[in-house]
Design a protein around this ligand. Structure first.
Ligand SMILES: *Cc1c(COP(=O)(O)O)cnc(C)c1O
Length: 233
């Protein structure tokens, strides 16, 4: 199956879920997660009209971003684990960071964002499953971090992101996503933060994410096929 065909099938799947749950399909953006995938695969998605791409591993991502440096219409989202010694390259090369989970990284990204570029677009990553080895802030610390990010001039807070533990049936997936939506609504309504991005939903749980109000799906496998981690990443 080709990337182009996969994308068409996926868009139809998203539109169907949107209709089923009373959502406007246009209100649900699609981020193509191209981690470990080659430039050629990204080019195929691009030819099919896809313009937002997500990457997890800096060394894997930088040559790909460079390969498309003449395409100012593309935007790259960093969605992987952040490390202090990588924040500068993230601040210089990406339009978005969706995996911010501590104030120290927020300050570094703010200080390192080049002056000539627009503010770095940020989602705070929330750890909904409370496993200590997982990244993301605990829900109770989310508001404090969101307010710190909102106060930094070179960052623009856009919303929240979460990666729930895989598995579960539709209603279990909905229960987890609902927690993120409630946190998002709390920040907007009670804290007055101007958020517009609820980043949730991957290949195996996108219907539940749409049902619970996702505005940004992050999809890899359904577009590019299964990933091979033996050589990269
Ligand atoms: C890999 C990854 C995805 C995409 O997952 P698929 O199941 O392949 O769609 C989405 N979000 C993050 C943070 C990821 O690391």
């Amino acid at each position: 199956m080709s990337v182009a065909q996969n994308l068409r099938t996926l868009r139809e799947r998203i539109a169907q879920a949107a209709r089923r749950f009373g959502r406007e399909p246009e209100a649900i953006r699609l981020l193509a997660v191209s981690k470990t995938k080659p430039v050629a695969a990204i080019r195929e998605a691009l030819a099919e009209g896809q313009q937002e791409f997500g990457e997890n591993y800096l060394q894997d991502a930088l040559p790909k971003i460079e390969a498309f440096s003449d395409r100012s219409d593309l935007s790259w989202h960093f969605i992987g684990g952040l490390q202090s010694n990588k924040t500068r390259q993230v601040a210089e090369n990406f339009a978005w960071v969706q995996s911010l989970d501590n104030p120290r990284h927020a300050r570094r990204l703010n200080d390192q964002r080049p002056e000539g570029q627009p503010p770095l677009q940020v989602c705070v990553q929330v750890n909904l499953s409370r496993e200590s080895r997982k990244s993301g802030v605990p829900p109770e610390d989310c508001a404090a971090l969101a307010e710190q990010v909102a106060a930094l001039p070179r960052l623009q807070l856009r919303g929240l992101m979460a990666i729930p533990a895989p598995g579960g049936d539709f209603s279990e997936q909905c229960t987890v996503f609902r927690q993120l939506r409630e946190l998002y609504q709390f920040l907007r309504q009670e804290r007055g933060l101007a958020l517009d991005t609820l980043s949730m939903g991957m290949t195996d749980d996108l219907e539940a994410a749409i049902a619970e109000g996702s505005t940004l799906l992050r999809i890899g496998t359904a577009i590019f096929g299964a990933r091979d981690y033996t050589s990269k990443g």
